[in-house]
Design a protein around this ligand. Structure first.
Ligand code: XMP
Length: 317
């Protein structure tokens, strides 16, 4: 019968056999799938696995450094590449959600291709593809999704001509988590909410600037840390904040303000295909709203999204 330990033993043996002394390059996203795939490959081939973790400047607050530290602590051979400026440049003035996704996908591929070229004689592309990705060919998380949805744009980048190794291809999400746990991956990492590849870009409605990213990172951090402090994080499938392209009037002391509005979103779901908003306690929403408005300069109004999917989507873009 299937157990995570058996799966790890068998897969590591197979990967050793298949890869021998070959080098593999893999894009880490901070998410569950790419991390578990990397740890499995690392068990099989050690430092012949070259991981690349790209900062697109659209991650959560402090996420790049925190996750990079965590990866290094896990003994992965990982290179962090901070390309924030390059992504923000490519996004300047772009308002359309699909064009944002395209711009991010294109820059990601450029950065990844440049980095893959730095590795001598690499033969394989490792990916954290899981079974639902195979059947639907859509992925909730990470670079692999970006690669897949954009690989038909123009000619193939060189790294895409590599042979592909996907050790999680036959697993469902809960099995991936169990495999990760059996290899000793931090439960906090394994329990992370899904986070879209284009990151905060699709939660900033309209055009993106460094200042808007900073505001949304602050708001998101207050919301997510609040969910953790109140023991609500694990009861929610996904949560995040949207920065709306509206200013509204407020008052602060004796002053009239005219500032940004944010929407908080927390949903229950099993696979992201359908979702319902979570009935978060009013006391929590009250405290979170006060914290956001008091602490984040530039925001004077907070609303809570009570739309289910369908007909709404989880993200606003
Ligand atoms: P929607 O907004 O379509 O989101 O209800 C469903 C799930 O997919 C995630 N999502 C994305 N993930 N690239 C990704 O890797 C994307 O472009 C993308 N768009 C949405 C979303 O966060 C949710 O988990």
């Amino acid at each position: 019968s299937w157990t995570p330990d058996n799966f790890v033993d068998m897969t590591v043996a197979e990967l050793k056999e298949k890869l021998g002394n070959d080098r593999v390059v893999l894009g880490l996203s901070g998410g569950v799938d790419s991390t578990v795939a990397a740890v499995l490959l690392n068990k099989a081939i050690g430092d012949n696995l070259y991981c690349i973790f790209v900062n697109n400047g659209l991650l959560r607050k402090n996420e790049f450094q925190n996750v990079l530290d965590q990866y290094e602590g896990m003994g992965l051979n990982v290179k962090g590449v901070d390309s924030s400026a390059r992504f923000l440049d490519a996004l300047a003035g772009v308002e359309d959600p699909e064009l944002k996704r395209k711009a991010i996908g294109r820059v990601f591929i450029e950065v990844f291709d440049d980095e893959a070229h730095e590795i001598n004689d690499v033969k394989w592309l490792g990916q954290g593809t899981i079974y639902p990705d195979v059947i639907e060919s859509i992925s909730v998380n990470g670079p692999s999704a970006t690669i897949k949805s954009h690989h038909n744009v123009g000619g193939l980048p060189d790294f895409m001509k590599l042979k592909v190794v996907e050790p999680l291809k036959m697993l469902f999400k809960d099995e991936v988590r169990r495999v990760g746990a059996s290899m000793g991956i931090d439960p906090e990492l394994l329990g992370r909410h899904p986070f879209p590849g284009p990151g905060l870009a699709i939660r900033i409605l309209g055009d993106i600037t460094a200042e808007k990213v900073r505001i949304l990172q602050e708001v998101d951090a207050i919301f997510i840390n609040g969910l953790k402090d109140w023991g609500l994080y694990d009861k929610v499938w996904q949560a995040g904040a949207m920065l709306l392209p509206v200013n509204s009037v407020g008052v602060m002391g004796d002053e009239r303000t005219y500032e940004k509005c944010v929407a908080l979103r927390a949903v229950e779901s099993t696979d992201g295909m359908t979702a319902d908003w979570v009935n978060l306690p009013y006391e929590f929403l009250q405290k979170t709203s006060n914290d956001i408005i008091n602490k984040v300069k530039g925001v004077n109004r907070v609303v809570y999204d009570i739309s289910s999917k369908p007909p709404a989507t989880i993200e606003w873009e």
